[in-house]
Design a protein around this ligand. Sequence first.
Ligand code: FMN
Length: 191
Amino acid sequence: METIESIYHRRAVRHYTPEAVQPAVLMQLLDAAVQAPSPLNSQPWSFAVFCGRARLAGFSTRIKEHLLLTLPSTCDLHEHVDRMNRPEYDAFHGAPALVLICAKPQGYSREESCALAAQNLMLAAHASGLGTCPVGFVRSWFRLPHIKDELDIPGTHLPMFPLVVGHPDGRPAPPNHKRPEILVWADGASG
Ligand SMILES: Cc1cc2nc3c(=O)[nH]c(=O)nc-3n(C[C@H](O)[C@H](O)[C@H](O)COP(=O)(O)O)c2cc1C
């Protein structure tokens, strides 16, 4: 039941209290992340953890500059670009911690595996009373070679799935999750 509760009630949380997430708690979440399945059990994930709202706010300012320069030419998310132009825009939603799931150089289906690890982490965080939000927008900045260098992320490892973690400030309204779109359902009677 707890798993079903987490699946149905986890939300992308975009408001956090200033309370820090303790390192031991973050470690438990990483431990839940690495229980995810991966092809041939290759476990092609690794983690960079950045704590502190001031640190993340500093990243956000730099990411905003980077995205405003690069995003308009490469994608059509203009509504989001407009939002970024506002001074209060924070790519990390004021969260106290960022977990950047990175793909290791070896392993199979690295993107899918990192996403499954991310989902484990988000469900485990929800079950512990914490909030999370994937922040895909920031990924390209963490992939810049000079940023990886500055942040001690090995050049061989590819930032794949960034997500923030913190204590939720309020409960987000559930968005509309559509009913499953079933393309084919061949029953066993005649097959
Ligand atoms: C790969 C990925 C990237 C995302 N990037 C962002 C992001 O940059 N900023 C953000 O606020 N939410 C981001 N989200 C969260 C989605 O907007 C959110 O999951 C979706 O609206 C559904 O809401 P729910 O998670 O509460 O069910 C991302 C989600 C995924 C899966």
